[in-house]
Ligand binder design. Sequence first.
Ligand SMILES: [Mg+2]
Length: 359
Amino acid sequence: MRCRLSRFPLTKAVPLAISRGTTAAVEHLLLELEHDGITGLGETGGFDTGPRTYTTEALAAELEAILPALEGLGPAPFQTVEPLLQALSSPARCAVDLALHDWWGQRLGQPLWRLWGLNDRAISPTSVTLGLGSEAAVLERLERWWGQLPATRIKLKLGSPEGLDHDRALVRAVAQALERRHQSDGVASELQVDANGGWSLEQALPMLGWLDAQGVVLVEQPLAPLEDPEADCAAFASLELDCPIALVADESCWNLADLVRLAPYVDGVNIKLLKSGGLSEALLMARAAQRLGLGVMLGCYSDSALLNGAAAQLLPLVRWPDLDSHLNLVDDPFTGPVLDGDRLRPAASPGLGVIRARG
Ligand SMILES: [Mg+2]
């Protein structure tokens, strides 16, 4: 197959601040795999989860190094390519995995969700993200989202460098805004929070009950992820009994092995394709989560409609969709997933259902 790797910029309409810093623009990589007149598309890009950081530069170098070997293979059967992917980091593997899935779905003439037997009518509303900022800026961001879609699930970033008082002020302000909307329009909304590992255990424990009292339904990654798997599980275990709301692991959960070790201590996991290394592992994780009684969140980094269109293939397996990054871009080169009210749906076209709109 013919392989082509290129770079493209992604610029946010509204920069996103979380506990680890602010992102306004990124550069991502497009991998195109062409064979028999069909081109499969894959995307990857750098991101930072605290202990683990990937730069787009390093991912490009990883992919460029395997392209000659990849060119010697065909896109099917998938299994013949797998040994080549084992040595790659998960975000580099993601680009190849997505392009192979896209090629495969296009060859068979079906979207992946249909090939997997999923029901595209069984999709929950996606959340929209409010980054850290002043109360006024966060409320303004909420209004801007509501001008774009009738969002009923709001995810508020916490773990502010200004401390817990600021976190509490943001929760109160957003909860009141949701209540005002409920009173005026009769639309009930769900408030989730994501600390992105920004709290200590001493800070997190009293916050959990307080969040419940404010009507928050879910908290993501209260404590920083730990590289030692046992210590990381112990950190979640120390919160579990005091957590009256859904406790979800994000930065601590990359793959199926992480999901299995964390399962006794959490209510759900946030699956992201750049962490899992693409759809192969993500599908396993979503199916395993179902069997283990865990809720699945499906999230994103600063990703385009290509990565989110790929992730959208899994949405019928997801309790808490969180694929809003492409909705906040001014220069997305791709189109694919369809916004239907406050639900994001995968395209009905074959493969990932993603096309290049421009560039
Ligand atoms: Mg998160």
